[in-house]
Design a binder for this molecule. Sequence first.
Ligand code: PLP
Length: 456
Amino acid sequence: MAFINLNSEIPGPKSREVLARREKAVTRAVARSTQVVIDRAEGALVHDVDGNTLIDMAGGIGMLAGGHCPPAVVEAMREQAGKLIHPCFLVGTYEPYVDLAEMLNECTPGDFDKKSILVNSGSEAVENAVKIARCHTGRQGIIVFEGAYHGRTLLTLSMTSKYGLFKKGFGPFAPEIYRLPIPNLYRRPESMAEEEYIQWSIAQLENALIAQVDPSAVAAIVIEPVQGEAGFLPVPAPFLAKIREICDEHGIVMVADEVQCGMGRTGRLWAIEHYDIVPDLLISGKSLGSGMPIASVTGRAEIMDAPHPGGAGGTYSGAPLACVAAIESLKLINSPDFLAEVRRKAAIIRSRMESWKEQFPIVGDVRGLGAMLLVEFVRDRQTRHPAPEETLEIIKDAVSKGLLLIRAGLYSNCIRLLPPLVITDEQLDEALTIIENSIALVQDRQEHARAACVNG
Ligand SMILES: Cc1ncc(COP(=O)(O)O)c(C=O)c1O
């Protein structure tokens, strides 16, 4: 049975009307990856305003691990909305905030006393982690990595990479941010074997602590255990272990930014659990609230308590509706059955993607961790020259056939799969078949164009 049902082209007439209004009313700075205009959604299915049904393989950029509108989340929010919408946690205490903080303290790695703060977005959580680490250490330096994405507020934008897309025109940026290289196994020098390259990257890291900043000036090292926007790059275990070692040696706060890679996406609740490394602070967001604006910082109680009372918080932070959504999302995702299902589906997706690597020369790499999986497209496997236009063509074709799909990668030449993890096997198969056909189509076009070039 097909789940996709198209009554019109995408965008259809009603969608085009809304898009034209959007164009007039909304700044172009907020870009859109597709022309889909969504009316409602459930699970992994999205219905547009023209009555078309699509399969969602973007999941709100990884915000919907628990699916669109999970019934328990909707029910809890309905009940909460009738009781208490928001009194502001700075004014009065309400239980959902405390409940969620306790749950986060319990389910994050580390056998020590923990505390949490709840905020409105991943960016705000990263900002708070930096503030807290600075207060705790009395230092200012923050180490981040190439390709990192930590948000779009001024401090987090300063920490974010990919200058042209995210930062152009917005400086000056915050000081005391040090960006260091991070190993990208796919793009390593041809002459280096994997292990040699990782060791070389570790040596670069150590050297940066002499050449760029002294460890005694560093408050925190902030790292995504699997880099998201950069192109689903799992950080090699020895590199992450080295960071833990450096933090221990120099009293630096190790912060794991799990906004994109956390909440079950990798088949464990947190990506860092794959490494057996315990960060001092862990940041969660996106799928934590199943679409409600909520994010968190959780970590060692003595670090979290470093700022003075009143040094953190915000009007809407940890609002009850968002808290109950997060409590139900956590209950759903942090269950052994749910996570086992994610791992099972991850294996299905990966084996299908690996077959694309065999079939299509345009597929340069397939990688990720658990169900956080991505395909990187190149014009030439030897040179690994990125293929961003072709990637866009593949996405456009797949969207026209009923998928929600988005790009990623420092060179915008990757397709990342972030479907709601409640997607059924049949829906997954239908979606993967569309992507496969779209790759074949663009690969064909590319080959024809090359042949025409040679002949003509
Ligand atoms: C790793 C990471 N950190 C932080 C953020 C910022 O989160 P938000 O968009 O909720 O501010 C993102 C968003 O994509 C992210 O992927």
